[in-house]
Design a protein around this ligand. Structure first.
Ligand code: MG
Ligand code: MG
Length: 249
């Protein structure tokens, strides 16, 4: 389904969903420290959401077994929280979360370095990946072509591996709606997006090349070359002359 132009009521629900989501991710970022397990973080996300009217979108999505995806180091996305997986100082921890409120969905991700960074390359990887997401958002407005967003993201990630098999997407009524929003591409190409549409912009970058594979658990996406990765994502609403980020406080 191509992402629809949302009604005012649907946009309101997505704004509320996005605020809940951003609050939970901010809480997890604040709490994250070496020694915790990825399951500890997932429990915290569950607890935080329980006191609200939001539901965890990912739980049960194509059978995903938890409320949040937590991916560490060479895991790019879709990591399953695990009580045996202890976060070490210097790990790059990517938290990807989705919230449904009043039937409307938002999707957002951050990468955080636990404790002390191992080296400046890791810090730069995280910074550049976030900057590339913001560059993609800066390109978004009513009438934009998907390729314009993709091209802006790619420009910010020169020298990094850009994951190709996973991409941004329309979002709102479903977690994943058309069109795909790749993190590389040619300006002026692809479908045109209009105000009132809502999309998730989510670059995934690595310190190596772009190749990834899915682990035996059927979910966790890892880099083939073992290089570490970062992932940032916001859900945004296209407006006449820009984009409103829905998944921030
Ligand atoms: Mg996501
Ligand atoms: Mg997404």
């Amino acid at each position: 389904m191509f992402t629809k132009v949302k009604t005012a009521a649907e946009i309101h629900s997505m704004q509320e969903s996005g605020k809940l989501l951003a609050t939970v991710l901010a809480t997890l970022k604040q709490a994250l420290e070496p020694g915790m397990s990825t399951q500890d973080l997932a429990e915290m996300a569950k607890r935080e959401l329980r006191s609200t009217d939001g539901q965890p979108t990912f739980l049960g999505y194509y059978g995903f077994p938890d409320v949040i995806c937590i991916s560490v180091n060479d895991e790019v996305v879709h990591g399953i929280p695990n009580a045996k997986k202890t976060i070490q100082s210097g790990d790059i921890v990517s938290l990807d979360f989705g919230v449904t409120y009043n039937g409307m969905i938002t999707d957002s991700a951050i990468s955080v370095i636990a404790g002390e960074p191992k080296n400046s390359d890791h810090v730069l990887l995280v910074e550049r990946t976030e900057a590339s997401m913001l560059a993609g958002i800066a390109a978004a407005h009513s009438g934009v072509r998907v390729g314009d967003i993709a091209h802006n993201i790619e420009e910010q990630l020169k020298g990094y591996g850009i994951v190709r098999e996973l991409v941004g997407h329309g979002v709102g009524h479903q977690l994943h709606e058309d069109p795909n929003i790749p993190n590389y591409g040619r300006a002026g190409s692809g479908p045109t997006l209009h105000k009132g549409m809502t999309i998730a912009i989510e670059p995934m970058a690595t310190l190596g090349d772009h190749r990834v594979y899915i682990e035996n658990d059927g979910w966790t996406v890892r880099t083939v070359d073992g290089s570490w990765a970062a992932h940032f994502e916001h859900t945004v609403l296209l407006t006449e002359d820009g984009a409103e980020i829905l998944t921030q406080l």
